[in-house]
Ligand binder design. Structure first.
Ligand code: SF4
Length: 282
């Protein structure tokens, strides 16, 4: 049985924001029913215990999130939530009491991506949640995935304001690590560079490639389509459907094996992968 570090299971592809950096999706919009979540998640569980509840979409929008978390707990998953943060006040209690929830990552850069007007109120809301989550034993990451190399200061002017506010909220000495900064127990600041989402209409790159898609992760869209990674937002690399096949069978298809073996040899076999800004990180 192939082991993966994590799987992304999209519980909805709907979002309440429209960030400038997010490509969105043209797929049919909808929510994964809790019974269907149970079916798909049970097929993922033998391969990993870490489950992310998004691929596209805002997971806190799901009206039956409580039922989904309950089922995830029953299956023994450690659930990771990535959210734009705007719905945290409505979901705070659920996220803090659910034994399945291990970590909540808040994309603070979504504020900038929407031209938001009241940064102070938004930060207050997110910082309050981080404190409550930490007290409940959950990890909480505050993400700023909006770095632009040397141009960071010019393009992300709000980062300075955000850092000042975080220093006010978490005044203890911060511990800087390789993957982020610990602001307080269980509360982290995670930096990341902007990247171009894979896009079939972008120009193809001809250079050696490596990616962890299918090596440490897999994605499942809300209709059960399995894709190699969390960035295949249109399902351009459909490897199979988890309602009709096991994940083991899907990972063993010629197309999935070709992707895996290609990356082992520094080759991106899929057209989408040759047009993927994220893979440039490796
Ligand atoms: S190269 Fe990009 S599109 Fe291809 S599997 Fe990796 S992250 Fe996904």
């Amino acid at each position: 049985m192939r082991q993966l570090k994590k799987a992304y299971l999209e519980i909805t592809n709907l979002c309440n924001l429209r960030c400038t950096f997010c490509p969105g999706t043209r797929r049919t919009a909808g929510f994964l029913a809790p019974e269907d979540f149970q079916t798909l998640a049970a097929r993922i569980r033998p391969h990993t215990e870490y489950l992310y509840l998004h691929l596209m979409g805002e997971p806190l929008l799901h009206p039956q999130l409580e039922d989904i978390l309950y089922r995830a707990e029953g299956l023994g998953f450690k659930v990771m939530i990535t959210t734009n943060g705007t719905l945290l006040s409505q979901r705070e209690k659920l996220l803090c009491v659910s034994p399945a929830v291990e970590k909540v990552s808040i994309s603070l850069h979504s504020f900038e991506g929407n031209g938001g007007k009241d940064l102070e109120a938004y930060l207050e809301h997110c910082i309050h949640f981080a404190g409550r989550a930490s007290a409940a034993g959950k990890k909480c990451a505050l993400r700023l995935w909006n770095l632009d190399g040397a141009d960071t200061q010019g393009t992300n002017r709000q980062n300075g304001v955000i850092l000042d506010r975080l220093e006010l909220a978490f005044p203890q000495s911060w511990k800087v690590g390789r993957r982020g900064t610990t602001l307080a127990p269980n509360i982290f600041l995670e930096w990341g560079e902007r990247f171009d989402w894979p896009d079939l209409s972008a120009s193809e790159e001809n250079r050696p490639s490596f990616c962890y898609g299918l090596r440490d992760q897999v994605g499942v869209l809300w209709d059960g389509t399995v894709v190699p990674c969390c960035l295949d937002h249109e399902g351009d690399i459909p490897l199979g459907n988890l309602y009709r096949q096991t994940l083991e069978e899907i990972l063993d298809t010629p197309r999935a094996r070709s992707i895996y073996n290609g990356f082992s040899q520094g080759q991106a076999r899929e057209a989408l992968c040759r047009r993927c800004g994220f893979a440039r990180r490796f």
